[in-house]
Design a protein around this ligand. Structure first.
Ligand SMILES: Cc1ncc(COP(=O)(O)O)c(C=O)c1O
Length: 406
């Protein structure tokens, strides 16, 4: 029996059944390549679902983690640690200028964002009646009860109700519906600058700005979930910076790429929103510990040193052109290419079995993922090369030549 087979049997026996993992067990990685426990090589254009922005085992991040592991891993937030302070200062000065709170995942960051928005309305602005969150259909914000309550997709919510009630959903980027939904009971509007899990849905130009203006005019807060889009993926450190640099949101959440694969989440908020948290009002035992902060600082250093934001922008353009080529070649199979930077999707015709397309690519050694049910998602490490992207598109082209159908 191969090592992989034995592990798969043990997984079947011992793990809860909330995932549907592919029958592959990975052992090591380097850059955009992964090897399974039996030594087979894969090209990773999924990057742990948009997490590994600097690739696998980047020497700068590896060295920082190893050094920190041998120095000091954790002290708790009963005390200061120098790396959390340095990271907060770097992230704030490159985003909203205010303050940062650290946690361990995207869902947890969104929980913190909702809590700080609510508490700011109640205690800072003195508007306790403003309790509602306006969120988007098709959104994904995570699996905790709070994050699920603002996630506008039934398949994630089913069986977990009743969820948090004061949430109104509107179609994504529908300004008319938003105008109607935002009222003097609205605490905040929460959205992704580009919907990731919803199927790589890019809002029309000007949408974020119009939402910002609406929120300002109606006295509501604007919150962005940059868990998937942040850390350079879409061509700037945070996606909002390409359209809202001069009139930013009140707060944003970030996770996934933040510490290059080490679990870490954060919220970055304005000074006003920061006043919503006072001592004792929110916490996370592990949040911002030395190990995760060291990994995040090293990740940020690599993003800057290797100019990964610019790289995501230019390589993303090139990838989209290649995907548009696939649409032109097989319009009955692939109907559209869309995305920003290195978060790109190929939208499949409803007759095509998209998970089976992704599985067929994996069998040929290329890792991609499914978003929104019918979109093949490319979210490679931002260090990916042109040759690696061409290899991935080439394999997808082969699969689409005789595509699995539903
Ligand atoms: C936009 C967005 N928000 C939140 C999350 C949840 O993040 P986590 O799985 O780290 O809790 C995700 C995960 O895919 C996401 O894409």
């Amino acid at each position: 029996m191969s090592e992989e087979r034995g592990l798969l049997e043990a997984a079947e026996r011992y793990l809860t059944r909330n995932y549907r993992p592919a029958p592959v067990v990975f052992a090591r990685g380097r850059g955009c390549e992964l090897w399974d426990v039996d030594g087979r090589r894969y090209l990773d254009l999924c990057a742990g679902i948009a997490v590994c922005v600097v690739g696998h085992s980047h020497p700068v991040v590896t060295e920082a983690i190893a050094r920190q592991a041998g120095t000091l891993v954790h002290v708790s937030n009963l005390f200061h640690n120098p790396l959390q302070i340095e990271l907060a200062s770097k992230l704030c000065s490159r985003s909203l200028g205010g303050r940062a709170f650290f946690c361990n995942s995207g869902a947890e960051a969104n929980e913190a964002l909702l809590k700080i928005a609510r508490r700011t309305m109640q205690k800072v602005r003195g508007r306790p009646e403003r309790v509602e969150i306006v969120a988007m259909l098709g959104s994904f914000h995570g699996r905790t009860i709070g994050a699920l309550s603002v996630t506008g997709q039934a398949k994630y919510r089913d069986g977990f109700g009743p969820l948090w009630q004061p949430v109104k959903f509107v179609p994504y980027a529908d300004l008319g519906a938003l105008e109607a939904a935002v009222s003097d009971r609205t605490c905040a509007v929460l959205l992704e600058p580009l919907q990731g899990e919803g199927g790589i849905v890019v809002p029309p130009p000007g949408t974020l700005r119009a939402i910002r203006e609406l929120c300002t005019n109606r006295g509501a807060l604007m919150l962005l979930d940059e868990v998937q889009t942040g850390m350079g993926r879409t061509g700037s450190l945070f996606a909002y910076q390409r359209s809202l640099a001069d009139d930013p949101p009140d707060g944003l959440s970030v996770a996934k790429g933040l510490a290059g694969g080490v679990p870490m989440g954060a919220i970055l908020v304005t000074e006003e929103l920061a006043r919503g948290f006072e001592p004792g009002t929110h916490a996370s035992t592990f949040g911002g510990n030395l190990l995760a902060s060291a990994a995040a600082l090293a990740t940020l250093e690599v993003i800057d040193r290797e100019r990964l934001c610019e790289r995501a922008g230019s390589l993303g353009e090139r990838l989209r052109v290649a995907l548009e080529g696939l649409v032109a070649e097989r319009p009955a199979v692939a109907v559209a290419a869309r995305g920003e930077g290195l978060l790109q999707g190929l939208v499949m015709d409803p007759a095509i079995d998209t998970p089976a397309v992704v599985a067929a690519c994996r069998e040929k050694g290329v890792l991609l993922s499914v978003a929104g049910g019918n979109v093949v998602r490319f979210s490679p490490p931002l260090v990916v090369t042109e040759a690696e992207l061409d290899e991935g598109v080439g394999v997808l082209r082969q699969v689409l030549a005789s595509p699995p159908r539903v």
